[in-house]
Design a protein around this ligand. Structure first.
Ligand SMILES: [Zn+2]
Ligand SMILES: [Zn+2]
Length: 142
């Protein structure tokens, strides 16, 4: 049976559970992710909607990609403000969960899943993929 992993915000008002493995992991260095996380990059786990159950109060904020103009909807706790992830116009029926919001964030690791280092063209000079790991200037071309 598929494993369930839970997570949520700092105050506990917004919780979620995911079933099974993420479809992919992006370590994204785009300027949008730097702004929304307040950090140098985000670690995003992509899931299909049906893998994810979200409970509790949810705030939403719609912003648009500098690159494509398409929308991205941030989902956050209205009480403590933690952003648990987002949905995006580019991938209907899917959602990104920020890996640091899992109760056990360590299960999202490069030993288990392929990490894709993307948007390195806007990365900070000290924030690069590990030695020998491929990175991409923008998104991954498939
Ligand atoms: Zn909260
Ligand atoms: Zn990004």
């Amino acid at each position: 049976m598929a494993q369930v992993h839970e997570g949520g915000c700092l105050c506990g008002a917004l919780r979620y559970a995911v079933t099974g493995d993420p479809l992919r992991i992006s370590v994204c260095h785009c300027t949008w992710c730097q702004r929304r996380t307040g950090s140098a990059f985000s670690v995003e786990a992509l899931f299909a909607d049906e893998q994810v159950t979200i409970t509790g109060a949810r705030g939403r904020y719609r912003s648009h990609s500098d690159e494509s103009g398409r929308w991205l909807d941030l989902e956050f706790c209205p009480t403590c403000g933690v952003n648990i992830g987002f949905t995006l116009e580019k991938l209907p029926g899917h959602r990104m969960i920020d890996s640091g919001t899992f109760d056990d964030p360590g299960w999202i690791s490069p030993e288990r899943f392929e990490f894709r280092y993307v948007y390195l063209r806007s990365s900070q000079c000290w924030s690069r993929p590990p030695e020998g790991v491929e990175g991409f200037d923008t998104s991954v071309r498939t």
